[in-house]
Design a protein around this ligand. Sequence first.
Ligand code: ZN
Length: 336
Amino acid sequence: MTPFLAVQPTSHNQFRALMLFGRNVASYKFALAKALLEVARGGPDLIKLEELAGPYTRHLRTHLAQAAKQATSQSSRFLEACRGANAGNVSDDELQSITVSLGFNNVIDAFHRLGSQEVEQRFFLDERSTTAGIRITNALQALAHDPAAADLGSETEARWCLVETAWKLGVTSSLIAYDNESQAFTAADGSRRVAVTSARAALNGYQKGRCFYCFTPVTIEPGRLAADIDHVFPWALRLLLSGNPNGVWNLVLACRHCNRGSAGKFDCVPALELVSRLHRRNEFLITSHHPLGETLMAQTGSTSALRVTFLQRNYDAAKLARIIEWNAAIQHDAAF
Ligand SMILES: [Zn+2]
């Protein structure tokens, strides 16, 4: 039986993850989030798009005034209208009508999406086809009134500013991370994954030439089946993790399909089954007096119980921040 326990993300965790880890091709999601937190604080739960248009465009117009680039695509009639309103060439009524017809097109559909999946919690229901609006859920109303979640608005704002900065600098927003310790958003200095090629042979000894996740054959020689070195707890979450994410405790060999294929792991949370498998791998290296055993104990704890606690702490931190778990869809017979 796995010694590891599941953890249930709160709606607060899930809302924050949508802001931090969703795909950003435009900043509409941030504007919608800020507008939602605002409207959820007062009044009725049904919000017509024409009512939502006001707070939604107000946030976008404020940001457009300080950063011209608010989307990765070249042109948007909706953003043009917001710019026009800022310049005094588009009236409030015109802007409202353009926003209702164009401004919400993708953002309402995509709001709950996180990578290729959706978060469980719904913050609003899409009723555009029946009531020309959205219905705020109890969860969002509770969040908007929760003093413990009072920082969500400013966190969204901070994230928005950093995404703008990333676009301006031409770097990807994956270089931007939330620093739990200082509770601040930081743009990483570009420090990339360290070279870990020397660890390949050592890791392969345990994995018997198989992918850690799906058990498909891999090799440590260059070529088509060459294994990737993968961080089980994603490098993208390094600022949230205990211990050095580049430590051997966190490194495995993975096939390309699992690591970066269309259904690949990328920076998702490892499923508990994988955390358990990682623990068994690490325990094996320690009890078999593998040369890496000493390193593992130094990195994760001197006893098995401490090492479970260490991995559990990392799982909790990863899950509450990143929400979406990943496991290999198809697994061959377990080889270890
Ligand atoms: Zn695989």
